[in-house]
Ligand binder design. Structure first.
Ligand code: GDP
Ligand code: IMO
Ligand code: MG
Length: 434
């Protein structure tokens, strides 16, 4: 089983980091393949709580190789801070490698990201402001700086001399902002380059060699399918090229698509979203507040600290995301958050302009008009955080999880009942019939 991809099936923050931490036990290489430090992946283990933005969640296993792949946009300062913070807490980063083809988030990218949000006014996307969108824009526009350029002083200077006048024109003429100085950037980024250089290499070779040896490679997605440029709620999406969906995984690490044999789709037992854009099942009432605040890890954004929007499980979007990702098995997370509810709603279809719709519309305007059709399921009002086998879950919780599996249309393999490493149920299908 060479390569497994872990993807988010909703609008991000499904608990991918926590699932990768679990699955990494059986892999020899763990790699991030997309996005940048807009991602925030939380892991709680014996060393404490970690919020990772660029380093793969496999880093806590000293014997594994970790890769920041060619599909990631890297802010070198953020990466170095993350490495330093891990080392200071006793986590070795000796086997962490960075692709020479990965693009660099330059100082003008976060500035343009934030100025652009202001310019969009009421149509602001609600980005994380980390410069990720503008960095991928430059990648597609053939204006990017790659890690291989950054660590080669001559190439870096030539690249900056080509790109910066263009960026300064955008900053000054479009946004009325101050231009940036080439020497300041060169000096600061050369220091980052010197520290990162020993890790920068052709990481695709590492992944391909592991696959050829028959070892397991685990590919850690960021965000979620509903934030994807093509599949998501455009233009309230994130700008990662390659996509964070499973089809992007092969490109973003540099392996062939046929090497991917398993796709784990991670879904919360309800929905959340950070930033703007449609969310048909959103709850703006007390129920939404309970979903946000219930349990040990309230729904607060890992990267920006923004409160997450909350709502009931949306099977229309979730079935769609499982299908376009070729999900082979599902991990349901945060089931424990539903513990207090006497009854739980699940959206099984939308009504748009009087028509029943079972797949997400392309038009954002139609999405905004979608009225969810709900199915009501009984709650369990019992603490489920101690369950370690499916049969130990309250009967109505079992029923709820089974129903989610039916609606998503894929087998449920993992149920997470708390944020800690061991708070998890591996579902045995033969024995437990989920
Ligand atoms: P990611 O971006 O998909 O890795 O997810 P985040 O780390 O941004 O957000 C998931 C949040 O849920 C984090 O605070 C996790 O610690 C927490 N979490 C993960 N699984 C569970 C669970 O089963 N129960 C609870 N209560 N929290 C969980
Ligand atoms: P993880 O990997 C949740 C959202 C932002 C915003 C939109 C565009 O932790 O699940 P961007 O800064 O990417 O241009 O913002 O995408 N977003 C995420 N939401 N989890 C994430 O990552 C996200 N990464 C981006 O909130 O709505
Ligand atoms: Mg997150």
């Amino acid at each position: 089983m060479p390569a497994t991809v872990v993807i988010g099936g909703q609008w991000g923050d499904e608990g991918k980091g926590r699932i990768v931490d679990l699955l990494a036990r059986d892999a020899s290489v763990i790699a991030r393949y997309s996005a940048g430090n807009n991602a925030g992946h939380t892991i709680i283990n014996q060393l404490g709580l970690f919020a990772l933005h660029l380093v793969p969640a496999g880093i806590f296993y000293a014997d594994k190789t970790c890769i920041v792949g060619n599909g990631v946009a890297i802010d070198p300062q953020v990466l170095l801070e993350e490495i330093d913070s891990l080392e200071a807490r006793g986590v070795s980063t000796e086997k962490l490698f960075v692709s020479d083809r990965a693009h660099v988030i330059m100082p003008y990218h976060p500035i343009i990201d934030q100025l652009d949000e202001k310019l969009r006014g009421p149509a602001a996307v609600g980005t994380t402001g980390r410069g990720v969108g503008p960095a991928f824009g430059d990648k597609v526009g053939r204006m990017g700086v790659r890690m291989g350029d950054l660590i080669d002083p001559q190439a870096f200077r030539e690249r900056l001399a080509f790109v910066l006048p263009y960026k300064n024109a955008v900053l000054t003429k479009l946004y009325g902002a101050e231009p940036l100085d080439i020497e300041d950037i060169f000096e600061a980024y050369s220091k980052f380059a010197a520290r990162l250089a020993p890790r920068v290499c052709d990481t695709s070779r590492i992944a391909r060699a592991a696959i050829e040896r028959g070892e397991n490679v685990l590919l850690e997605g960021a965000q979620g399918a509903l934030l994807d440029l093509d599949a998501g709620t455009y233009d309230y999406v994130t700008s990662s090229v390659p996509s964070s969906t499973s089809p992007g995984a092969a490109i973003g690490i540099g392996i062939g698509p046929g090497d991917i044999t398993k796709v784990v789709g991670v879904y919360k037992a309800y929905m959340t979203r950070v930033g703007n854009g449609p969310m048909p099942t959103e709850l703006l009432d007390e129920t939404g507040n309970i979903l946000r605040l219930q349990g040990p890890r309230p729904e607060i954004g890992t990267t920006t600290g923004r409160p997450r929007r909350t709502g009931w499980f949306d099977a229309v979007c979730s079935r769609y995301s499982a299908s376009i990702n070729s999900v082979t098995s599902v991990a349901i997370t945060r089931l424990d958050v539903l513990d207090p509810f006497p009854s739980i709603q699940v959206c099984t279809a939308y009504e748009i302009d009087g028509r029943v719709v079972e797949t997400p519309p392309a038009s954002i305007s139609a999405f905004e008009r979608a009225v969810p059709r709900f199915e009501e399921l009984p709650g369990w009002q019992t603490d489920c955080t101690q369950a370690r086998k499916f049969a130990q879950l309250p009967e109505n919780a079992q029923r709820y999880v089974r129903r989610l599996g039916q609606l998503i249309g894929k087998p449920i393999e993992i149920v997470s009942v708390g944020p800690e490493r061991e708070q998890v149920i591996i579902v045995d299908h033969d024995l437990e019939g989920a």
